[in-house]
Design a protein around this ligand. Sequence first.
Ligand code: HAM
Length: 431
Amino acid sequence: MSTSFQNIRGTFDILPDAYTEGETRIASSAEWQAVESVIDDVMRRYNYEEIRTPIFEPTELVARGVGQNTDIVQKEMFAFERSDTQYVLRPEITAPVMRAYLQHHLDQRGGVQKLFYVGPCFRAEKPQKGRYRQFHQFGVEVIGADDARADAETIASMMAIYDAFGIDDTRLRINTLGMPAARSAYVSDLVDYLEPYADELSDTSRRRLETNPLRILDTKLDHEQDLLRDAPILTDYVRDEDRAHYEEVKGLLDELDVAYDEDPHLVRGLDYYTRTAFELESPSLGAQSALAGGGRYDLLAQEIGSDEPVPAIGYAAGMERLFLALDTDRLPEPDRPDVFLAALGDDAARWVFRTTQTLRREGLHVAFDMKGRSLKAQMREANRQDATYTLIIGGNELEAEAATVKHMESGEQTEVPFAELTDYLTDRATA
Ligand code: HAM
């Protein structure tokens, strides 16, 4: 079979079975569900509540929130216009969550709002391993707390998710970015320091020297990292109170036994960050090594129109990168049919079709064949679907009003009257 269409490059289909595309294994839908349920469980334990926001938002929200000079806004937005309004497929979920928080006055629920989400995001990046144009993030936003415990708990909850999957070859880097005044004083000194070396910088970094000098600190190039070794350090420009906050966060992470490396060169690709910033990487991922990243964004609310400051912190993580780091053998087995009903002849097929409904109403997972295939083909299908029990119904069974129930793994067969079938199967399926 064929079609002249294909999914768009940088996107992928999630199918009932896992498959490979290029060198990447695309997990099955059951594996996605299993992973999402572990994430849900950790979120529940850390007392987060779920929030779901639309897939598209006004472009202005993203431009103001994420920042006009970021790569995301400059080159990676999937944007469209309709009736003179500019929209964008959300490239991230922090600005949308803050919009929803402000719009619906979630502060009135009282206390700190601890929200989590899982869902697709869109960035027009060059697709490669671990980097897609439609990818999925899970993450949290903790809104209304400037307490250092919010920072430490957010980071700890992120680590708890990777722990739950047994992923421990990770490195957590943290830094403080201070407030904008410290950052602009720093950026101006950083530019002064780097300008004499402009000829030695890569094209990207030279461009960033004009547009977003902080991002040069992100460089992966050895000779640029060497150049940066004697550059001024952002931490030295940060206000005492922000440094004190940072010290407190580190102390609390120690108390929670969360291991971290301080990295004064850690900056993030989005503009809204203030104070704490962090990133989790896994060396096993290759070029796209960031599993997750986040930080505090105490000024975002005002940036998108709030008349009051709203302190907040959060992180987001790539689901596809979690899958790359994950050992899928550790995931729970997918659900399989409790029973497969095989039919021999038209009367039996009719009985089977009716009985599937009766058994399903009792909560059983029931499969049967709709193609009217041979008994052999039906048994092959029962095996492929890995059904726990199989029933073969033919003329004799209909007449005797009893069927042979076969336990597929042991091969054991039991004669069960039709009237007792539901009880027989439900007792065993829930056992
Ligand atoms: P981000 O660092 O841009 O932060 O993205 C977070 C994570 O999403 C990355 O670490 C990566 O795992 C995944 N990711 C990003 N782009 C792609 C892509 N093209 N393909 C696959 N995975 C990708 C944020 O989005 C912030 N909103 C995080 C945050 C929440 N900060 C505070 N609260």
